[in-house]
Design a protein around this ligand. Structure first.
Ligand SMILES: O=C(O)CCC(=O)C(=O)O
Ligand SMILES: [Fe+2]
Length: 344
């Protein structure tokens, strides 16, 4: 993966910018901050801006970029939350979350989902009691199968950004991408055809929704219709191609755990199995460390997480996650205003 290690001078510069922004905005999700994010982002050190801009425009392999060296004050961030529902009024990691937003703004627009983590833009990823064996980011004892983030959805992100706040047990994020030379032209042709379907993953299902009751009537109605949409996509997923874009260097859309066996299309099933085997053979693990910011090209690289034993003692692994799209406009029909980043 491409890596940039922040220098002491760059960190000093970044911290000065973050304290200024944090004085103006008490949440990294403040709509005014989100709309100004790229203006602030342009004040990040030029080497950082160039690094992320190259990642975005050159699309050089492998489609993973890591910015490390930022220091996290373990005392200041407090204990790992027990659930994403329990957010304090002002986050103890406000500056770090703002940095995630500013880095993200150099790649595109941040987006969220009404059906995921209560419409938040900055997600918490940590083990949740009771989710140990689920196929969710908040599971622990179960392998989180590698996937394209929100593979089922046409408006899924271009980039997934994750910032590590804590990872005492060195739990590994897995990442991988196909070795195209190992796949036959015929297999690639089949994977380019709309013969596959992907169900919404667990994180979008109604059973994992927030129990917030202080919503207004119209918000309740909107949420209801969002879940109806998800239920329809779950019951009857559209046929899609797993590969798209350039045949020599295709983009990928895949989430094996949530894809049905293709009983009536053996040829497509075999092509899919070959791609899965190919990605599996190239999968690798990386234990993110506090202060690591990883950016994954969601069109080219899949990711997941190895199983682990959660501590539930306040010091569990804790990441912050954000979805970034190159073009928020394309989802305008399913957002409440041109500036709203939440897809319903
Ligand atoms: O925990 C990780 O490293 C990845 C989590 C993930 O893939 C997800 O929550 O979608
Ligand atoms: Fe994921």
């Amino acid at each position: 993966m491409n890596q940039l290690v922040l220098s002491t001078e760059e960190i000093t510069e970044i911290k000065a910018l973050l304290s200024e922004v944090a004085r103006r905005h008490n949440s990294a999700e403040d709509p005014d901050l989100l709309s100004d994010a790229c203006v602030y982002g342009h004040e990040l050190p030029r080497r950082v801006r160039k690094f992320l801009n190259n990642f975005k425009t050159l699309e050089s392999p492998p489609g993973i970029s890591l910015i490390s060296g930022y220091t996290i004050d373990d005392n200041k961030i407090g204990t790992t939350p027990t659930h994403w529902k329990t957010k304090p009024a002002i986050s103890p990691s406000l500056e770090e979350e703002i940095l995630l937003v500013l880095f993200g703004s150099l790649l595109g627009d941040l987006l969220g989902w009404l059906t995921q983590q209560d419409g938040h833009i900055i997600h918490d990823v940590m083990p949740i009691k009771g989710h140990e064996h689920e196929q969710l980011g908040s599971s622990s004892e179960e392998l989180l199968w590698w996937h394209t983030e929100d593979a089922f959805h046409p408006y899924r992100c271009d980039y997934l950004a994750m910032m590590c706040l804590r990872n005492l047990d060195n739990v590994e994020t897995t990442m991988g991408y196909p070795d195209w030379a190992e796949l036959s032209p015929r297999t690639i042709d089949i994977l380019f055809e709309p013969r596959f379907s992907i169900h919404p993953d667990e994180s979008h299902l109604e059973k994992n929704k927030s129990d917030i009751t202080k919503r207004t009537g119209s918000q309740q109605l909107m949420l209801k219709s969002s879940y109806e949409k998800i239920n329809r996509m779950n019951k009857d997923p559209e046929k899609i191609s797993v590969l798209f874009g350039d045949r020599k260097s295709p983009y990928v859309r895949i989430d094996p755990y949530f894809m049905d066996p293709l009983k009536d299309d053996e040829e497509a099933q075999q092509a899919l199995d070959q791609l899965i085997k190919n990605i599996d053979a190239n999968l690798f693990g990386k234990a993110l460390q506090p202060g690591d910011f990883i950016f994954i090209d969601n069109y080219r690289v899949v990711h997941g997480r190895k199983p682990f034993k959660a501590r539930f003692d306040g010091y569990d692994r804790w990441l912050k996650r954000a979805n970034i799209t190159r073009d928020l406009r394309k989802s305008r029909a399913t957002r409440s205003s041109n500036t709203s980043p939440v897809i319903f």
